[in-house]
Design a protein around this ligand. Structure first.
Ligand code: PLP
Ligand code: COI
Length: 339
């Protein structure tokens, strides 16, 4: 069945597709796993996800290759990160193989919605694990629901692979030893107000600083940060216990070193030392690689490579990563799961 979608015009918006995966947990085990068609979930008014934010999510994509086949990028890494997030919030784990099986089932069932090769669009999958059941005290849920829904998406940041402007904020997204490294809703609830303020002021998003000292870059609201050092072309990305360990970032660290032959470093990136970089980018599943044109901090705007042009190293990283994701470039062992 052909679906009537203008793939090139897609942004990052919700779409209600025919199928989603659901699994239910009670009394120590998962039961009733399978595809469902209803896009709403009925939960108890006391469900811990509603009051205490006991829930975690993931984001990954399926890609249509040139030959029409469908492939998924590193779903094992999302499975492992969901296990880590679940552990942080005292939720049961979904085994890696079960997670990958469910992802494949959702992609297969909604295959008509995997955008054609060459449109720049992809099928975005959103696995979500929530604590439910009757409850009122602050403790872990007695029941859980796991769901994976999907939708075709285009670029997350305006213009996709075009540089945009970012700003710092007085707010933090996560506490030093809090939940920043887990993909949990509370981190995003706290980022809504600074994100809105940034957008109203004309920026794409906030670059958060480290919550303890406000001197070092942590990450962007929905992506990790990297810089390309002047002269050496070293790929540098912040290291911190309160940032989300981005699968895209770790993929780029590997590709920069092993495919582009660059030096790489996870370390401190001071907000008053941005002159060390010739290029900068935001990377993530939704963001892919979005060049950071500028960062405004305390009223001072720092422009990286250009406000309109993409820097050469950022472009090479993008071509390598996206080439692998669409099957045009040979993938490192285990990075691609074919449907
Ligand atoms: N940081 C935050 C806060 C995010 O929401 C995301 C998106 O998943 C990322 C970083 C990028 O992570 P990944 O590359 O695994 O998608
Ligand atoms: C992702 O890139 O998958 C994200 O989760 C980013 C954002 C939409 C929250």
């Amino acid at each position: 069945m052909a679906v009537d979608i203008n793939w090139e015009e897609l942004g990052f918006s919700y779409m209600n597709l025919p199928y989603r995966w659901r699994a239910y947990w009670k009394d120590g085990e998962w039961y009733k796993e399978g595809l469902e068609t209803e896009n709403t979930i009925q939960i108890a008014e006391g469900a811990p996800i509603l009051h205490y934010g006991q829930g975690a999510f993931e984001g990954l994509k399926a890609y249509r290759a040139k030959d029409g086949t469908i492939q998924i990028f590193r779903p094992d890494q999302n499975a492992k990160r969901l296990i880590a997030s679940a552990e942080r919030l005292l939720m049961p784990e979904i085994p890696v193989d079960d997670f990958i099986h469910a992802v494949k089932e959702v992609v297969k069932a909604n295959a008509d919605y995997v955008p054609p090769y060459g449109t720049g669009a992809t099928l975005y999958l959103r696995p979500t694990l929530i604590g439910v059941g009757d409850n009122i005290g602050v403790h872990a849920a007695s029941e859980y629901i796991f769901t994976i829904f999907a939708m075709p998406v285009g670029p997350y940041f305006k213009g996709g692979m075009a540089p945009t402007a970012f700003t710092t904020s007085k707010y933090d997204r996560a506490a030093p030893q809090g939940t920043g490294a887990a993909k949990v809703g509370g981190n995003y609830a706290g980022s809504l107000k600074p994100g809105e303020e940034a957008k109203e002021a004309g920026y794409s998003d906030v670059v958060y600083l480290d919550p303890a000292t406000h001197t070092k870059i942590e990450e962007v609201g929905a992506a990790n940060f990297f810089g390309i050092e002047k002269e050496t072309n070293k790929f540098v990305t912040p290291k911190s216990p309160s940032i989300l360990p981005s699968i895209t970032k770790y993929s780029l660290l590997w590709l920069a070193e092993h495919r582009l032959g660059l030096e790489v470093e996870e370390g401190d990136v001071y907000i008053d030392d941005l002159d060390r970089f010739s290029e900068a980018g935001a990377c993530g599943t939704a963001a892919v690689i979005s060049p950071v044109g500028s960062i405004t901090h305390n009223g001072n705007k720092h422009v990286f490579y250009s406000e309109t042009e993409v820097g050469p190293v950022t472009k090479r990283l993008y071509d390598e990563l996206v080439g692998i994701q669409y099957g045009d470039v040979e993938a490192p062992e285990g990075w691609i799961v074919k449907l």
